[in-house]
Design a binder for this molecule. Structure first.
Ligand code: NI
Length: 176
């Protein structure tokens, strides 16, 4: 049986309402639909129970010049072992790195490790999205002899932290 909709009054600043209506227009939905979506998402986020298996995406923006920070972040990821399913590292600017880490495991453990990373000095922005009740498929095992790890800052020269230029140079490189 369909749950009937309930009408209620909401007090909201004019500017915020205009922004909300603008977002609803861009998404092609009504103000009510958007508010229901936002409410559902926020309630789901608040309800992530401890000890439940799930997947998570952790986003970090950090200053790689801060002493030992890159090593500490890598160390924590290694503690998770195979529960780290993928990691993406992008050199945003001379100082800043963006890292997105996809993890799997018990929600409270993922949250704890994420909170420790996010609290580190030099981590400027970030957050974690945990989706409970979803199991990530087992990662295909591959040989990892050289231990080349994209997140290991020792493996690439951060003095040359100009990825966009380097990428353009590569794109322009002649040959097949
Ligand atoms: Ni970097």
């Amino acid at each position: 049986m369909k749950d009937p909709l309930v009408r209620f009054g909401v007090a909201i600043e004019g500017a915020l309402l205009r922004d909300l209506d603008g977002l609803a227009r861009r998404r092609g939905c009504t103000r009510s639909e958007l508010l229901r979506d936002l409410a559902r998402a926020e309630i789901a986020r608040s309800r992530v129970p401890a000890g439940v298996e799930g997947v998570a995406a952790l986003t970090l923006v950090y200053d790689h010049h801060v002493r030992d920070l890159s090593e500490k972040l890598t160390e924590l990821q290694h503690q998770l072992g195979d529960d780290v399913r993928a990691a993406l590292h992008i050199h945003l600017s001379h100082d800043l790195c963006l890292e997105v880490v996809v993890m799997h495991g018990k929600s409270d453990r993922l949250k704890l490790i994420a909170d420790r990373m996010l609290a580190m000095r030099g981590v400027k922005h970030g957050g974690i999205e945990i989706i409970p009740g979803v199991a990530a498929p087992a990662r295909a095992r591959h040989h990892h002899d050289d231990h080349s790890h994209p997140a290991h800052h020792g493996d690439h020269a951060h003095d040359d932290h100009r990825p966009a230029k380097a990428a353009r140079r590569r794109a322009k490189a002649p040959g097949k």
